[in-house]
Design a protein around this ligand. Structure first.
Ligand code: DOR
Length: 443
């Protein structure tokens, strides 16, 4: 790794720009923070936004021609697995952040299912330090329970003092209702949030795909919708009982969307996310027996996909998060039932969402941007990346019209388990600015 001043070298085809004196010319600025949506210029000085508006004649400084591009607050992925420490052969903080930057993200929140699990302040600080010199902020989500064992609460106050604003045992649920009650009570005092992987293991044990007609036809063990919904329902009851704050990770079923919608209508302090894969793929993809479609929670039915899109549109689903879950090829390319759950998503999210949701008129561009920027930062209690004079330059630039084909071998993640290999997408990140650094793709 290079020093902080020069930063990590960007990947092939990308270039680091100085943010000392830089203008971005002619982009369409969309900032859901302020409701701005207009074509104009941006001036960046010493890593901060100096001005929004027409560039004065005779500009002397670095110039980025953003004609045809969208310029928005930096995308934030509030649910990723970067595998460090313990599984660095799948991903590291650095390779994951490079993949994030290439995908247009300026912030990520890595989950604690590492080895050892992220459950102490030292590890939180270590992970943050691993991102030094990259244009991507890392906000680790430490475990709710010690060692992610679901038995004793982790030192939540100490972790909070170390900067953690959310806790999760993601990858596994907090099975004990008593412990979840205590976690919600405790984090309410800290003004933090519990992010929960909603799964009732006695209903899902052994399941490898959505339980229904397709699993029956394929002869694969099912992971039924009720396995998620019963956990969502329990957790919502506990939120009501404790007055705590809960965020529901990777919502996958129409029933969960309904439960969350009703809970919000009752005024409960609950938020939710959906992944690009649950918003665009259904369980018929499993007919290929391709383990890259194996994910937890599983891909559901076309009706569930519709309900998630509706939930995203009406605000029941607040945020979009990738659940980027890298796995090595030799681990994935085994018998379907043996393969680990998970798919990578950082480099395809923007293109998939623009192509399948925005271009098809299912979700507005502004709502998509909001769900990838304002919503995750709000849920995690992080400062917003507003495009306003005086604010740090934390931006994503993307070309909504660029066509490209996903090639798993040309992605930057250390793993290649994407379900979108070979897909033709329209819309791709051109550059990011964050942490006092700017990276732009040159081709
Ligand atoms: O598919 C998944 N993979 N779901 C999870 O909850 C965990 C993740 C992983 O860590 O591989």
């Amino acid at each position: 790794m290079n020093s902080r001043s020069t930063g990590v070298t960007p990947p092939n085809g990308w270039r680091a720009f100085s943010v000392k004196k830089l203008a971005i010319k002619g982009g369409r600025i969309i900032d859901p923070n302020s409701g701005v949506d207009k074509k104009t210029d941006l001036i960046i000085q010493n890593g901060k936004i100096k001005g929004v508006g027409r560039l004065p004649d005779g500009w002397e400084g670095e110039l980025i021609d953003a004609a045809g591009w969208v310029v928005c607050p930096g995308l934030f992925d509030m649910h990723v697995h970067l595998r460090e420490p313990g599984y660095e052969y799948k991903e590291t903080i650095q390779t994951g952040c490079i993949a994030a930057a290439v995908g247009g993200f300026t912030g990520v929140a890595p989950m604690p299912n590492t080895d050892p699990p992220i459950d102490n302040p030292g590890l939180v600080r270590f992970l943050r330090a691993q991102a030094t010199g990259l244009p991507v902020e890392v906000h680790p989500i430490p475990a709710v329970t010690r060692g992610r064992e679901g038995k004793i609460l982790a030192e939540l106050a100490e972790l909070h003092d170390a900067g953690a604003t959310a806790f999760s045992d993601d990858g596994s649920p907090v099975v004990s209702s008593g412990l979840m009650r205590r976690a919600l009570e405790y984090t309410r005092m800290l003004n933090a949030v519990i992010i929960e992987h909603c799964e009732e293991p006695t209903l899902t044990n052994g399941g490898v795909m959505h339980e229904g007609r397709v699993s029956a036809a394929l002869g694969l063990p099912g992971w039924p919708s009720i396995g998620e919904e019963i956990a969502v329902e329990r957790n919502l009851r506990l939120v009501e009982f404790t007055g705590g704050r809960l965020h529901i990770a990777h919502v996958s079923t129409a029933g969960s969307v309904d439960l969350i919608r009703q809970a919000k209508a009752r005024g409960l302090n609950v938020t939710a996310e959906a992944t690009p894969h649950h918003l665009t793929l259904d369980c018929t993809a499993l007919e290929s027996y391709n383990p890259d479609f194996k994910v937890n929670p599983p891909l559901r039915t076309a009706e569930d996909v519709e309900a998630l899109i509706e939930g995203l549109t009406d605000g029941t689903i607040d945020a979009i998060a990738t659940d980027h879950a890298p796995h090595a090829r030799d681990e994935k390319e085994v018998e379907f039932t043996e393969a680990p759950f998970g798919m990578i998503g950082l480099e395809t999210a923007l293109g998939v969402l623009l192509t399948r949701l925005v271009a098809e008129g299912r979700v507005s561009l502004t709502r998509m941007i909001e769900a990838l920027t304002v919503a995750p930062r709000r849920i995690l209690n992080l400062p917003q990346a507003a495009i306003e004079p005086g604010r740090p330059a934390n931006l994503t630039m993307f070309d909504p019209d660029e066509s490209w084909t996903v090639d798993r071998y040309r992605l930057h993640s250390r793993s290649q388990n994407t379900p979108y290999h070979g897909w033709e997408l329209t819309g791709r990140a051109r550059g990011v600015m964050g942490c006092g650094l700017a990276w732009l793709r040159q081709d």
